[in-house]
Design a protein around this ligand. Structure first.
Ligand code: ASP
Length: 304
């Protein structure tokens, strides 16, 4: 079933919308996940309020969530079946469709910052595994130790589920989309992937048009859920194409998630903003924590 978690039909000078991952977060942890998303929205909105770019705002918001151990990105990311961290992230801006992404990358504190360096460098769009790590080190990023990024909770869950019994959603992939005062949009997404994924498995998050897409002509979207299904339907590009027909953001988000459930044969959710600063969230999973902050709101709104 597709649930539209919220949306706005009012244009805004600036807008940032966040998701903290599709899944089924335990009742007692839902409010904390929503609060984590609100903190990220505040950090991104501070940049937008000061006239900063949508690209800087989504990067900052995702960094806040990567540093929050409750989410499946950066510190607290889930592990492969052999107990390793393989991190995926991507970032895209809508004015010129410039993008940067990394996949199956060994531990670095903020994968989204490495993806941003790929975008700024401009030579290629997507770097994988050790090639991504070498690029990052060349650009001045320090490798992190696995111990500094693997939390006790993640280690325990991995121990409990060893043997592949607890595969699937980790819950807690993170994403941000924004529209800035100049009318540009951007999107960023970061994840540890799915729990007990095989080594080398890459999901939708670093794939443009699947996990992340931004085009000033319509809007920006960030997806979460079963990556194999999201890639089948190019979920974020599909959502942006619906927006481009003039649909309201909430309707476009619901249409895209229905496509994911139907043709894609999988579940998940997404968040999007359109080029006028309107926003929408939809999911087909029991929960997807979210937050939004616009020029018209005094405080972020959030939920799950
Ligand atoms: N989409 C992510 C992946 O498949 C996981 C998630 O969003 O929970 O890697």
């Amino acid at each position: 079933m597709v649930t539209g978690s919220g949306g706005s039909e009012e244009a805004a000078d600036f807008c940032i919308a966040i998701h903290g991952g599709a899944g089924d977060v335990a009742q007692e942890r839902r409010a904390a996940h929503a609060e984590g998303c609100a903190a990220a929205a505040r950090a991104g909105a501070a940049i937008l309020a000061a006239g900063g770019s949508a690209l800087d705002a989504v990067q900052r918001a995702v960094e806040v969530l990567e540093d929050d151990p409750r989410f499946n990105a950066g510190t607290g990311a889930c592990l492969t079946e052999s107990g390793a961290l393989e991190l995926d992230a991507s970032i895209m801006r809508g004015d010129d469709l410039a993008a940067g992404a990394v996949c199956a990358m060994p531990p670095f504190k903020n994968p989204i910052a490495v993806a941003r360096a790929v975008l700024d460098d401009g030579r290629h769009v997507l770097y994988a595994a050790e090639g991504a790590a070498r690029f990052a080190v060349e650009r001045g990023f320090a490798r992190a130790t696995p111990e500094s990024m693997i939390t006790e909770a993640v280690r325990e869950r991995w121990q409990r589920g060893r043997g592949g019994k607890a595969m699937g959603y980790a819950g807690g992939t993170v994403g941000a989309v924004a529209r800035d005062r100049s009318g540009h949009v951007a999107s960023a997404t970061s994840t540890g992937g799915t729990f007990f994924k095989r080594e080398g498995r890459v999901g939708d998050t670093p794939v443009l048009g699947a996990g992340t897409y931004a085009d000033d002509r319509a809007g920006a979207a960030s997806a979460t859920g079963i990556g194999e299904a999201i890639m089948r339907v190019c979920l974020t590009k599909a959502a942006i194409d619906v927006l481009a027909t003039g649909a309201a953001p909430l309707a476009a988000a619901c249409d895209a998630v229905a496509l994911l459930e139907g043709r894609g044969r999988g579940s998940g959710g997404l968040v999007l903003v359109d080029a006028r600063g309107r926003w929408g969230f939809a999911r087909s999973t029991p929960t997807m924590s979210w937050a939004v902050m616009t020029s018209g709101l005094g405080e972020p709104r959030s939920g799950f």
